[in-house]
Design a binder for this molecule. Structure first.
Ligand SMILES: C[S@@+](CC[C@H](N)C(=O)[O-])C[C@H]1O[C@@H](n2cnc3c(N)ncnc32)[C@H](O)[C@@H]1O
Length: 281
């Protein structure tokens, strides 16, 4: 079993991470999550993009979500993807070759977008706010570049909803307490999306949520459940939050791995989404 594999997922500075390829492939895995697919389909229905519109994706990552929306913009539309990671954008550009409309992927900071006021019909951002020190500032920037009456779509994780069941109530409770504590980043942003958009003067139009579940995982075959961090990395979080003594770390990981091998393993995590509109004047 891969008990030494730390496989922590951190998207603040992807390009500086020695495991950048792990981070990139985890993005592909999370795109395949049933919950992600449901939220992206809901978003597409809500946005009802039109031909010729300009769409911005902030923290676009590998670009797959915004590239699939590009099909709704016709030949005259434009997609712009902004991300702080050049590595992410290198992959996104390679995947953009079949888009019909113009596509531009550009390195930038969500909190200081290098785009003019009111230049976009629609702005989206998915699972990026949780990595920012000031998510409200980023949403204010998104509102600034949105045209009057334009729409914004935000999708983000709420780590306070994360639950693990391996038949050990004490372990589950320690994980629950850890995940309910915001430590180095706004990891519980998901359920605050409604308030964040209202805080920058936008009007929420629709909201939803979707829960991703994992019911099986073989730790002999993969270092972590699909698109997720390793259990060693989870143990590190518990130690950091004061829910686990450093000496208990290996036992914690082993308990989870052995339960997973017995097929007694489940995890759940909820993501939230909001679509809002900018004032018309
Ligand atoms: C978890 S990934 C999500 C990627 C993509 N939105 C998706 O849902 O597949 C978070 C992304 O936010 C980017 N990111 C982190 N901090 C950023 C910042 N300050 N400005 C722009 N992008 C940022 C990361 O490089 C990464 O691509």
């Amino acid at each position: 079993m891969a008990t030494e594999d730390r496989h922590g997922l951190g998207y603040e500075r992807v390009d500086d991470d020695p495991n950048v390829s792990v981070l990139l492939s985890a993005m592909d895995a999370t795109s395949r999550w049933e919950a992600t697919r449901r939220l992206r389909a809901w978003e597409r229905d809500q946005l009802r993009l039109g031909e010729g519109q300009r769409l911005l994706d902030v923290g676009c990552g590998l670009g797959d979500a915004v590239l699939s929306l590009a099909a709704d913009l016709g030949d005259d539309g434009e997609v712009v993807g902004v991300d702080v990671s050049a590595e992410m954008l290198r992959v996104a550009r390679a995947r953009a070759t079949t888009a019909r409309c113009r596509v531009r992927f550009t390195v930038g900071n969500a909190c200081a977008l290098d785009e003019p006021d009111g230049g976009f019909d629609v702005v989206r951002s998915e699972r990026t706010l949780q990595w920012l020190a000031d998510p409200d500032a980023a949403v204010a920037e998104m509102a600034r570049v949105l045209r009057p009456g334009g729409r914004i779509s935000l999708i983000d994780t709420d780590w306070s909803t994360f639950a693990i069941d391996v038949g050990d109530d004490d372990l589950a409770e320690r994980v629950r307490r850890t995940m309910r504590t915001e430590r180095h980043r706004p990891s519980n942003i998901g359920r605050r999306l409604h308030d964040v958009v209202r805080g920058v003067g936008l009007t929420p139009l629709a909201e939803t949520e979707s829960t991703q579940t994992w019911t099986a995982w073989n730790p002999d075959e993969s270092a972590a459940p699909s698109g997720c961090f390793s259990m060693q990395s989870l143990a590190d979080d518990l130690v950091d939050a004061g829910q686990l003594a450093p000496a208990e770390r290996d036992g914690f990981v082993l308990t989870i791995h052995l339960a997973a091998l017995r097929d007694q393993f489940s995890m759940a995590l909820t993501m939230y989404a909001v679509v809002a509109t900018a004032p018309t004047t």
